[in-house]
Design a protein around this ligand. Structure first.
Ligand SMILES: [Zn+2]
Length: 304
């Protein structure tokens, strides 16, 4: 296959609450929180056997917490890793730690406080979990040793400013959270989300040796680095379509969305606007596009 053949993969049969061992020593459980941003729901991972780590306990959902705890009955949860503090990933953390005594490992910084644009609904993906507390705040590159596994924190801001991926070093597997997902692109929504950071975080993964990713939503990604290059091309193509529209004259974000996203799911128009905003913020920072004052969601943009 050439690089051109790769694309999004929505083939994911896992049912909520079912514990699936995907590779030896790695189990996953789907939360029942499907939606336009979360696909079939948030995926929780259990790493190891006997003394285990849980990655992303998920949204505030007692039945999902019970499914996770049932899956590890007779075992000890020593670590909980959290990729980022969006509402579909971290709020269930206290249910797991209170039941198990596990410590929480994450970036630990709050999201950059986020304005709500008029008419914008706070989605589970957009809202932040302000009650989240990490017991151990991880630095980029820091390694956490468990029983038979070791996990390296890989700071990957962009989708969320406090996003971390986790590299399972013995298996050369990356838990990529919502930074890289096989079923879709990631939402990059300023001010907490940043296209500049997101693109740098994609590039960063290409320098690593993991080539199998397990994601916050949807199926795993084999040949992951090839997929990351596909995502880079996908964003570049989006950027080019924005520049192409601005070459015809100044435009606001709704105008650019109409020109650039043909046939978009109406539920995603708002998110598309924020994604275009993220691109424009990046283009303004690179002095390719100008606007009056600071880049804003309701600004008008023109080519420099
Ligand atoms: Zn998510």
């Amino acid at each position: 296959m050439s690089d051109e053949d790769i694309g999004f993969n929505k083939d994911f049969a896992l049912k909520p609450g079912v514990v699936e061992e995907i590779v030896p020593g790695l189990r996953r459980i789907l939360c029942n929180n499907p939606g336009p941003f979360s696909f079939t729901g948030t995926v929780c991972y259990i790493v190891g056997k006997g003394k285990v780590a849980v990655i992303d306990p998920g949204p505030d959902d007692a039945s999902h917490a019970k499914a996770i705890l049932d899956a590890v009955r007779g075992e000890t949860v020593t670590h909980v890793f959290v990729t980022h503090t969006h509402m579909d990933h971290s709020p269930n953390t206290p249910r797991i730690t209170q039941a198990t005594g596990a410590k929480v490992y994450a970036d630990g910084n709050p999201l950059i406080s986020r304005f709500v644009v008029e008419g914008e609904k706070r989605t589970s993906e957009a809202g932040g979990d302000t009650s989240f507390v990490a017991d151990v705040k991880l630095a980029d590159g820091q390694v956490v040793e468990g029983d038979g596994w070791s996990m390296q924190a890989v700071a990957t801001p962009g989708h969320a400013s406090n996003h971390m991926a986790f590299a399972w070093r013995e298996k050369k597997i990356l838990f990529s959270g919502d930074h890289v997902m096989g079923w879709s692109t990631s939402i990059v929504s300023p001010p907490d989300g940043s296209m500049i950071d997101y693109m740098a975080s994609l590039e960063k993964l290409l320098l690593r040796d993991e080539d199998l990713y397990f994601c916050g939503h949807g199926p795993q990604i084999p040949e992951a680095k090839r997929y990351v290059r596909f995502l880079q091309r996908h964003r570049k193509a989006r950027e080019e379509s924005i520049v192409h529209r601005l070459a015809k004259g100044p435009a606001d974000i709704p105008t650019i969305v109409r020109a650039s996203y043909i046939g978009i799911d109406p539920r995603l128009v708002q998110a598309a606007g924020r994604s275009v905003f993220a691109h424009l913020e990046d283009l303004v920072a690179r002095k390719l596009v100008a606007t009056d004052g600071e880049p804003s969601i309701d600004g008008t943009y023109r080519l420099v």
